[in-house]
Ligand binder design. Sequence first.
Ligand code: FES
Length: 394
Amino acid sequence: MTDQSPPIADFQLITRAGDEAGQKTTYGIPLAVLAELTHRCPLQCPYCSNPLEMEVASAELTTAEWCRVMDELAEIGVLQIHFSGGEPAVRKDLVDLVRHATQVGLYSNLITSAVMLTKARLQDLADAGLCHVQISVQGSESIVADRVGRFKNGHVKKLQVAAWTREVGLPLTINAVMHRQNLHQLPEIIDMAVALDADRLEVANVQYYGWALKNREALIPTFAQVETTNQIVAEAQDRLAGILDIDYVVPDYYAQRPKQCMGGWGRQFFNISPSGKVLPCHAAESITGMEFDSVRGNKSIRWIWDNSEAFNKYRGTGWMPEPCQSCELKEVDFGGCRCQAFALTGSAGNTDPACAKSDLHAQIFARATTESAEAQDRFIYRNFAGGAVEAEEL
Ligand code: FES
């Protein structure tokens, strides 16, 4: 998802509750879908949520295919589409896609790194019916931010595009992905979001799968940083109530309880990959051995949501092992993150080690403490060649 981390918190999820049908719980189609238009991106953030093996341009859904997908989404009751990537603005048909979303009645949000947008293109997007813009930032000033994204003058461009967003009358969210090497700038990032007249700021600590897992030693914060961040966010939420909404995604290696990832697997969320795979979460392809149906196949999106093996595998609570199965909070966190369980234990069906009830939790906590103290700061930048180790100088 562009140069950002966890999409579940990147936008306001609106969902329908599951309803009872006899003995079987069914899950209403989510009201919002994440459309990853491309994995191409001019930035190379070391925590990108795209898979390590990214889909090339020739594999991407065409304009006509995306329009057909949007027709189907609208028909089955989806109300919001979040255009993401990679960088969605690399698609030359972005304005056409937004216009089609508008025509079929979908609320559209653009999740962007911003560096490829001009004021004229933003105006075209607004005229096509775009409803909201979400811009990611990598720091509060160019030295840190441009290094993280490996894109010269990117930070300045983002500030310009944020100002244009408000000038063309669109609501703005700033998404700040935080880690050990930029957490010291959080107070300035909060001030920056206010100065940019943003409606919402998302302070999202990096979640460790995919590219971020590859870069964990360079990104993971110290426990002291996390405690300070908690205080800064709580104080700012109080002080800025009514001015700026601040959402906060904590780094769960240091947590006691796992996050309710994706609102629970197959309960509230799906995304569509650049080549049309329908995924229970943005990182699902990191779980090896799972098959995912595509909108290019002969099954409808509704069928895939209701019936596909991938969506049903970790849905509900029946799949859970102990200690999850007898945990009183199993319907609160739904077992945490399946991708993280796979990354840290080798099986997506295990308890997420972010949970203090996991046998592995103390080990994960200790590993985070050790890695954050080792100060290995060089990034492995995201690219289609499997990554590029940061040189001494940008
Ligand atoms: Fe948490 Fe995939 S990222 S379930």
